[in-house]
Design a protein around this ligand. Structure first.
Ligand SMILES: Cc1cc2nc3c(=O)[nH]c(=O)nc-3n(C[C@H](O)[C@H](O)[C@H](O)COP(=O)(O)OP(=O)(O)OC[C@H]3O[C@@H](n4cnc5c(N)ncnc54)[C@H](O)[C@@H]3O)c2cc1C
Length: 387
C-alpha cells in the first residue's frame, strides 16, 4: 500500500498552487464573491491555458489524458482558493466532458471535447425540478417528444448552477411517459442559447460567483443527434456522471475546510488574550484538532475514491461516504473557525464568513446527507428505506 503521490503529481500540485496564488488571491476571490455570478472569462481562459479544463480528456481529443487522482489534485488546490471557481469548472469538466466521454457519439467527442479542453465551452447539468431534487423520479415533469426530425422539450429545471453562462445544458427528460420512471428517461445536450429556453438567476446565501438558475424550456427544439446515450436508459447512464460528481463535491468541501483551518490557525497564533496568543488555550487547540482530524479523514476517503475510479473498481459507496465526511469537515471548520476568530469571524472583513456561507451548499447538493446515508445502507444490503 502506498499513500504517496508521484513526483509528477507533486510538481503538478505546486504548479496549480502557484497559479492560485497569482490569479486567485484573497482580494480577487473576495471581489468575485461580491461582484460576479460566474468565473470571469479571462480567469477561465488562464485555467484552460494551463490544460486543467482537459485534464481527464483523452490526448487524442486535445486533453491531458490524466486520471481521477490527478484531476483531484488540481481540483483540491482550486477548491482551497475558491469554492465558486471549483463549482463552475466542476460543472463543465464533471457534467460536460465526463458525460460526453461516456455517452457521446464519436462526432460529438471530436467536436466538443477539444473545445472544452481549450476553454471554449461551458456546461451545466439540468436534473433537479421545482417539485424536488431528492425524489427526482417522483418530481420530474420535463418531457422531450420525438418529432421525427427533432426533439421538442418542455419543462422547468430548478437550481441549475451556471446555466446562465453555459453553452450546453446536459438535461434529463421523460421520453416514455407510460414506462416506469427509471425506464423512461433520456439525457440530452441542449445548446444555448435556444429559442424558448430562459434562465433566471436565483439569489442565494453563498457561492455567489457560481450563480444558480431556474431554467424554463418552452417548445425548445433540439437536433435529433443531441440525444446522449440510449433512449429511455438515461437514469442508469446518469450514474456514470453522478458518482464522480460526489467526489468532486467532497473535494469542494475539503477545500473550504482547509482554507478555514489555515485562517483559524494563523489567527490563533497572532491574536493575544490574557498575556499571550490564544493558540495556547487547550479548548481552541481541541477545536483545531477536531478540524484537522476531519480534514485527514476526508482527504484519505476522497483520494481512495479517486484511486478506485482510476483502477476501474466500483466506488459508489465510498463516494457517498466521502461527500458526507468532507461536508462535515467543512461545517466543523467554518463553525469552529468563526469561534476562534471571535467577533472578527462574524465580520465581512475576514474570509471566514464566506467559508460559512459556502459550506452549506455542499451539505444538501448534489445529494443531501440524509439521502446519501439512505443509499449507503441500501448499497450495503439493507431494504430500501426511502419510498
Ligand atoms: C445552490 C444550489 C445549486 C444546485 N445546483 C444544481 C445543478 O447544477 N443541477 C441540478 O440538477 N441540481 C442542482 N441543485 C439541486 C440540488 O441537487 C437539490 O437541492 C438537492 O438534490 C435537494 O433537493 P431539494 O432542494 O428539492 O430538497 P428536497 O428533495 O425537497 O428535500 C428536502 C429535505 O427532505 C429530505 N428528504 C427528502 N427525501 C428524504 C428521504 N427519503 N429520507 C430522508 N430525508 C429526505 C432531504 O434530505 C432534505 O433535507 C442545486 C441546489 C442548490 C440550492
Amino acid at each position: 500500500m502506498d499513500f504517496a503521490f508521484t513526483e509528477q503529481q507533486d510538481l503538478m500540485r505546486q504548479q496549480v498552487r502557484r497559479m492560485c496564488e497569482k490569479e486567485l488571491s484573497r482580494d480577487y476571490v473576495r471581489w468575485m464573491d461580491e461582484n460576479c455570478d460566474f468565473v470571469p472569462d479571462e480567469l477561465w481562459k488562464k485555467i484552460a491555458d494551463l490544460g486543467y479544463m482537459g485534464i481527464g480528456i483523452p490526448e487524442k481529443f486535445g486533453g491531458m489524458g490524466m486520471g481521477m487522482v490527478d484531476a483531484m489534485i488540481v481540483y483540491e488546490e482550486l477548491a482551497i482558493a475558491s469554492t465558486a471557481v471549483g463549482l463552475c469548472i466542476g460543472a463543465t469538466v464533471g457534467f460536460g466532458a465526463k458525460t460526453i466521454m461516456g455517452l457521446g457519439s464519436e462526432k460529438q467527442k471530436q467536436e466538443l471535447l477539444p473545445r472544452i479542453a481549450k476553454g471554449e465551452l461551458k456546461f451545466s447539468m439540468g436534473l433537479t425540478e421545482p417539485g424536488g431534487g431528492t425524489d427526482i423520479l417522483g418530481a420530474i415533469k420535463t418531457k422531450a417528444e420525438d418529432k421525427g426530425d427533432h426533439w421538442l422539450i418542455n419543462g422547468t429545471k430548478m437550481f441549475i448552477t451556471g446555466a446562465h453562462k453555459s453553452d450546453y445544458m446536459v438535461l434529463i427528460a421523460i421520453t416514455d411517459p407510460a414506462a416506469k420512471r427509471t425506464k423512461g428517461l433520456s439525457i440530452f445536450l441542449v445548446p444555448q442559447p435556444s429559442e424558448g429556453l430562459e434562465t433566471k438567476l436565483i439569489p442565494k446565501v453563498g457561492c455567489h460567483a457560481a450563480g444558480t438558475n431556474e431554467v424554463v424550456l418552452e417548445d425548445v427544439k433540439i437536433p435529433k443527434e443531441n440525444l446522449l446515450g440510449t433512449k429511455n436508459n438515461g437514469w442508469f447512464e446518469l450514474l456514470g456522471t453522478l458518482n464522480p460528481e460526489r467526489i468532486g463535491t467532497a473535494m469542494l468541501s475539503l477545500g473550504i475546510a482547509k482554507a478555514a483551518f489555515r485562517d483559524a490557525m494563523q489567527y490563533a497564533k497572532e491574536r493575544e488574550a490574557f498575556g499571550g496568543p490564544i493558540s495556547r488555550f487547550q479548548i481552541l487547540q481541541h477545536y483545531l484538532a477536531d478540524i484537522a482530524i476531519e480534514i485527514e479523514c476526508a482527504t484519505d476517503l476522497i483520494y481512495k475514491c479517486a484511486w478506485l475510479s482510476d483502477a476501474g473498481k466500483p466506488f459508489h459507496i465510498e463516494a457517498s461516504m466521502a461527500k458526507i465526511v468532507a461536508g462535515r469537515a467543512s461545517e466543523k471548520a467554518a463553525i469552529y473557525g468563526m469561534e476562534i476568530l471571535g467577533g472578527y469571524g462574524y465580520t465581512m472583513e475576514y474570509d471566514m464568513q464566506r467559508y460559512f456561507r459556502d459550506y452549506k451548499q455542499m451539505i444538501f447538493s448534489p445529494i443531501s446527507d440524509e439521502m446519501a446515508k439512505n443509499m449507503i445502507m441500501q448499497f450495503m444490503g439493507l431494504p430500501k428505506s426511502w419510498s
